[in-house]
Design a protein around this ligand. Sequence first.
Ligand code: BGC
Length: 759
Amino acid sequence: MEKWARSRYQPCLPLGENGTRVTGSKKHRELSRRAACEGTVLLKNNNRLLPIKRDAKIAVFGKAQIDYVKGGGGSGDVNTEYVRNINDGLVMKGVRVFEKLPAYYEQYCNEQYRKWRVRGDFDEAALPEELLREAAEYTDTAVITINRYSRENEDHTCDDSYFYLSAAEKTMVNNVLDNFENIIVLLNVGAMTDVTWFYDNDKIKAAVMLCQGGMEGGLAAADVLIGDANPSGKLVDTFAVCLEDYPSSEGFHESKDYVEYTEDIFVGYRYFETVPDMKKKVIYPFGYGMSYTEFKFSDVRACDNGKTVFVTADVTNTGEREGKETVQVYYKAPSDKLARPARELCAFEKTRNLAPGETQRIEMSFEIKDMSAFDDAGVIDKSSWVMEKGSYEIFVGNSVRDARKIQYEYVLDKDITVEKLHSYCAPEKLTKRLNDDGTYISVAPNKTGGMSFSCDYSLPQKPEEKLTLDNIADGSASLDELISQISENDLIDLTIGVPSIGVANTCGFGDKSEYGIPAFMTVDGPAGVRIEKNTGVLTTAFPVATMLACTWNTSLMEEIGRAGALEAKENNLQMWLTPALNIHRSPLCGRNFEYFSEDPFISGKMAAAKVRGIQSQGIAATPKHFAANNKETERFESDSIVSERALREIYLKGFEICIKESKPMAIMTSYNIINGIHSSENAELITGILRNEWGFDGMITTDWWNSANHVKEIQAGNDLRMPVGKPEIVKEALDKGEISIKQVAICVKHILELMLKLQ
Ligand code: BGC
């Protein structure tokens, strides 16, 4: 019996050792905690205030100590048996907290929850003076906790106290500042946030980005606070002085109908490190993060063999505790003709846990062609990846700002074309784009192609004997032969989702028993397998994607992919709707927590690692949302107006890395429009770039309930429409000859091919 066929039976097969279940298991919860410790970023630690002594007395302020946000809401949420908040963690670790504070906050939070307020989504509690006074008598060390909640389908605004502290939080912080000597800040926030209020304040000696650490997040925070874990997370975003410093802020809410990506390729550190005078706007740079120990890099070298650049560095732990360090490699390309960022991440590697005095040689490599730029303007060679002549400088260090230029340079004596491609998804309405000198260049109106591609699928002669999917699996017939026997109506049905069965809540696909095709179920999401609570199945919530990226640890990411996939499989769910790898273009995007980073390279590497882990268990991974889905407001109809170059270098790059490295079985198109065409209807995007240029051979699904047109999706090459559809409009289009049955059949072929890969 083929393993995929188990989907017919909804078996209850525990996948753990000795017949135990892996879903929400201790092993997975421990993995989640480990990842949360490793993704924690130590931002500030004056006088080595951290780690605090195990028997230290502390007073913890802020409702976030109780109201811990393990991850955001919507499809990125996970239902778990429990969530350990910061207070739980401290108590479990035996830290002597001033108990009246958590008791006070607990009561306050419970009142809010009774009013149906969502965890993390209500304001700070007012602090009674008496409590403050008593706390200050108990200890001189205070911890301030701050949290933020985000969800899909909702963005933040410049003045909704999301990025900045609210008035109530400022009052709380000021009260603490007035009464305590040693102050530590803990940020339970999903991505970029204001850090000026503690960065500039000497009374606040330490600050930790806890991010959103999943169900064990509060315990991991306590592990780090008392030094049972040494934080080794590095930021995957730039933390700037204010919201207006991010070039995306100005136009983010300009219209509900569109967003103009006028900063072009200068997103995140590519902007701050390149555009004159912007460096000083950065408080914590991309890649930054401290440790309780120190590291020294030595013997940093590079060489190339004409195809690949090899970089090695010795990392020595020169401090007194064991810890891990991340080596980051950036390059700077010549930019006489084409504007280029001053730094671009091209490789990274994390050390093992190094004992004091221990050295590890780190070896990294990247392809020379990975330093190319997409020339959409025809400066060197239009619609091609090109490399301009000159010196490509390499920088190695432990943040974008600290990376030092090394002796090695890659020198090109003439401009070259690395890969000749096509002009796809060109913007019609982009008015201007940022140059590396900080000026905007106006863009002449362009005409988008809207190109269609011919479908060269032909079906064989229909075999006489009735076939089922089993015949394909055992090799006695070909998939094309089976498809030739499927009726027109059934072919149409197969391109549309089917209702959920078992514990699924996001529906499935397939389910044509006359052809032996079982129903295969899908499941969210990026932080873990999301099953509704009322099924009685509680799963493991891992840290959010941003925090997993902050680990810079691809093998840990792979392990989480494997663990989550097993939880999906144990519950008869075949396609996991993860990883999500849109870009942290703006701090205001409601879904940043679900996405990895502002940088496409680390996003792509992390996504590839997760996909490898997932698919090693015979479960389909579904990188999403392809592409340029970086805003939630009016997400079904918002047009991302973006240059071809920014698309290729920033918004598609992570997907490209992931697809080429780990061959995901599926991909999910996004809700938004890209330069005038919905991504699921965008033939240039999904057939031109994804299938033809990158060689994607998996199945393409829509995002759920999108507002696009199924017929146009089939024409464009989007295989599956989720979770429901209107078969009659496809039938009508077939009858009118607007689409051909081959176009429907090829979608079905991709869907069935995916099924046969499942295990
Ligand atoms: C989200 C997807 C999710 C899907 C199914 C959509 O609203 O955008 O990320 O996988 O729902 O829940």
